[in-house]
Write a protein that binds this ligand. Structure first.
Ligand code: FE2
Length: 374
């Protein structure tokens, strides 16, 4: 007879109008007291479903969060975005605070927090699209309407391999109103989302819905990322759908970046292979891209062209029907396969709305595997 207390992996039921085919809720597991058998189930489920949701995990310590994150790649030890040489100039800088006794775990959120895990009097700021997008939603609509802030993969894309997983724990969540997330790209697309949702899309779906010629292009093309990408892009602004940058020549010139070590510049396959299912993910961090290396040896260096090509390939995959917008509740622990999804912060909080999350990822010990590699 099956145990009633054993782990159960239940794939998400898509809401009306949604075609999502990823994500699962896992019950019957206490992350703070994980057995080897539990971990084996989580591992298999993660590579199959990409986003795993565990409810009621408020008691999980920062140390346990780090240990679970690191367990997917025990040889990995450093923070997933790397120690930025020139942190103040990086676009990631304002959003991250580190837990003193567990520095691989960061605190993110919104509002003033007097004390948390050794951090005192911290002012958190949920990123608002007006700080990153080229155009903005009018002030009068700002509480009711929002945008995807930045679709991304959690990774340095310079010197360090992209983390395999990211874990997020919702410690404090303001009570729920909803917002309309606008694409504002001429498509008329929009999506009703819970306030402060984290949005996910499956990069397997993004690949699967491409035409056969585009799939072949994606399988045979490599993406070169900018050196020090988060400093490089800091002068530029995002498209309104959060899926890459507009091209206005505002990137920081290479000679003004911290010293560039050529061997740290990353050229990665456009498609990353799932280690369990063998499926291909169209997996590109659109804001950080700089060049394309085509299958015939051509290198596309025109930045606008590079971005237009990648946007054309990735945009169908973030269509409203493909987005999973997680409705956070306190105690939710979400583990996602950072090499198989893109995700984005969404929403605009009022100053008085306090939100506190813990996030952890660690740079991997190996680069992702492309379509033709084992
Ligand atoms: Fe992220």
């Amino acid at each position: 007879m099956p145990s009633v207390t054993g782990p159960v992996v239940q794939p998400l039921t898509p809401p009306a109008g949604s075609t999502i085919n990823f994500g699962a809720t896992v019950t019957g597991i206490d992350i703070e007291n994980l057995t080897d058998a539990d971990f084996a189930i989580i591992c298999e489920a993660l590579f199959t479903h990409q986003v795993l949701i565990f409810k009621g995990q408020s008691h999980v310590t920062p140390r346990t969060q780090y240990e679970l994150t690191n367990r997917f790649d025990p040889a990995a030890t450093s923070y997933g975005h790397g120690k930025t040489v020139d942190a103040k100039r990086s676009i990631l800088h304002p959003d991250l605070k580190t837990i003193p006794h567990q520095p691989q775990v960061q605190v993110i959120g919104n509002g003033f927090v007097p004390e948390y895990e050794g951090l005192k009097n911290i002012q958190l700021r949920h990123p608002h699209h007006k700080t990153f997008h080229a155009t903005t939603i009018p002030e009068t609509d700002d509480l009711t309407h929002t945008r995807f802030y930045r679709w991304h993969i959690d990774a340095a894309f310079y010197g360090l391999a992209p983390p395999i997983v990211t874990t997020l724990l919702a410690v404090k969540v303001p009570s729920g109103r909803r917002q309309i997330c606008r694409y504002d790209d001429g498509s008329g697309d929009e999506l009703s989302v819970p306030l402060g949702t984290t949005a996910f899309v499956s990069s397997y779906t993004s690949y699967d819905i491409l035409s056969p010629p585009d799939q072949e292009f994606a399988r045979t093309t490599k993406v070169e990322y900018a050196p020090h990408p988060y400093i490089w892009m800091s002068g530029a602004k995002s498209r309104p759908d959060g899926l890459g940058m507009v091209s206005e020549g505002k990137e920081i010139p290479l000679e003004d970046l911290p010293p560039i070590e050529e061997d740290k510049v990353q050229i990665l396959p456009m498609c990353w292979k799932n280690p369990v299912t063998g499926k291909l993910a169209l997996q590109v961090h659109p804001s950080a891209i700089r060049k394309l290396h085509l299958g015939d040896g051509t290198i596309v260096e025109d930045l606008k062209e590079v971005r237009d090509v990648v946007h054309r390939l990735q945009r169908p995959g973030i269509g409203p029907e493909h987005v999973y917008a997680h409705d956070w509740e306190e105690g939710d622990f979400v583990l996602f396969y950072n090499r198989g999804v893109l995700h984005s912060v969404v929403g605009a909080f009022a100053e008085s709305e306090v939100r506190l999350f813990r996030q952890c990822n660690v740079a991997a010990s190996e680069l992702p595997v492309g379509p033709d590699e084992e």
